[in-house]
Design a protein around this ligand. Sequence first.
Ligand SMILES: C[S@@+](CC[C@H](N)C(=O)[O-])C[C@H]1O[C@@H](n2cnc3c(N)ncnc32)[C@H](O)[C@@H]1O
Length: 278
Amino acid sequence: MHTVVNVQQAEAWNGWEGSAWADNAARYDAMMGGFDQPLLAAAAIGENDHVLDVGCGTGQMALLAAHRASRAQVVGVDISGPMLTRARADAAELGIANVRFDQADAEAHPFEEGRFDIVISRGGVMFFSDPVAAFANITRALRPGGRMAFIVPQAGRPGSDYAQATAALAPLMRGPSPASRGMGSLVDPDRIRQVLEEAGLAQVNVSPVEAMMDYGRDAADAADFILGQGPVRFNLQSADQAAVARAREGLRAGLKAYETPDGVRIRGSVWLVSAVRS
Ligand SMILES: C[S@@+](CC[C@H](N)C(=O)[O-])C[C@H]1O[C@@H](n2cnc3c(N)ncnc32)[C@H](O)[C@@H]1O
């Protein structure tokens, strides 16, 4: 990697949290997959568009973009080595040649000026120490008139389906795991507009998108997945073991209500953001 300014994020995503995500890439892709079509529709990738996927992780969106940008190049950048190892392996296995994965801190990476027609991100742009500097740096990589389309999480709501399904965990969730620090940095649409406009983007549009998120085959399987996710595992490590056992049982019971013939599916909400380089 060239310059890294997000040192703690680099440590976290190159440590156990990044490795755990990479080992469970298919499960995370299933969880997030309902947002792919809205994001791809907003990005409107044509066959000649060079695309940059920021915080590409294990690469599913970059591979979908490469399929669309069939006569152009897709570059995925991510700060996590373990996640990029998985992305490169998938690209090789699928024989997708017009995609490349670079390990980089997107806030400081010396992108080639104006190289890309479109920047996309599925939840990879919330972790920057200086969001305006980071978006300005990423925007520099876009040609004038180039487009950006990404999704970021909305603020968790106490009455949401996810909050109800996972209520048994709530008393044990004392703080964010190292990798999830920053997750909530762009939950406010006004803040998103301010950051993007200060970074040199125009025509900023922020709209809510809902999708069903797949957590597992059944309540037990979904509970195992959620208990293994970085933020939950981090908090449970230091909790009283009897309380963890009770929370595990409570989580399974809570997820039971969301079992469907297609598995455990819970409605989730994100912001879909689009903008243009001025
Ligand atoms: C929530 S994950 C999303 C991964 C992927 N976009 C997906 O949808 O599966 C966030 C990703 O952002 C990456 N990330 C965090 N900070 C970053 C930074 N400063 N520069 C580049 N990538 C970063 C993490 O390594 C991680 O892969």
